[in-house]
Design a binder for this molecule. Structure first.
Ligand code: FES
Ligand code: FES
Length: 154
């Protein structure tokens, strides 16, 4: 039995029909909507590469069942910039070399965007690292990531 839901994704209202009620938000974004900026690392809630904002809150999209999100407002990395103008976090990541291979970067940036929106992070690097601890970077670019999050809040 198929199921129909509405999602607002990066400002656009979408009618979604789910033939399989078990599809995750991550698979919906990547495989049906072609929003491949959101990455699949572990697919089990351990790496943070799939982080998006759901109703303004950070969420590992690999753990979110799409069927449970009817009416939700979702922001992915593709929805962060304002046209050709990068979001301050994106500019800060470039300025501070907050990446090497870049695979974890969309998740890092979306996680940071959630923290900043919730006014949780502050300027303390230890606090930022703690709050971003769910986002793993195999390249070890943590110093630049932390500096970028600090800068984006100034
Ligand atoms: Fe979702 Fe790793 S892919 S946490
Ligand atoms: Fe390579 Fe983070 S920049 S995994």
């Amino acid at each position: 039995m198929s199921l129909s839901i509405n999602l607002t994704i990066n400002g656009q209202l979408r009618d979604i029909t789910l033939d399989d009620p078990r599809v995750t938000l991550l698979d919906l974004l990547r495989e049906r909507l072609d929003l491949t900026g959101t990455k699949k690392g572990c697919d089990r809630g351990q790496c943070g590469a799939c982080t998006v904002l759901v109703n303004g809150r950070r969420m590992n999209s690999c753990l979110a069942l799409t069927a449970s999100l009817d009416g939700a407002v979702i922001t992915t990395i593709e929805g962060l910039a304002d046209g050709d103008t990068l979001h301050p976090l994106q500019s800060a990541f470039i300025e501070h070399d907050g990446f090497q291979c870049g695979f974890c970067t969309p998740g890092q940036i979306m996680s940071a965007a959630g923290l900043i929106a919730e006014a949780q992070a502050g300027d303390d690097p230890e606090r930022i690292r703690e709050l971003m601890s769910g986002n793993i970077c195999r390249c070890g670019a943590y110093q630049g990531i932390t500096e970028a999050v600090q800068q984006a809040q100034r």
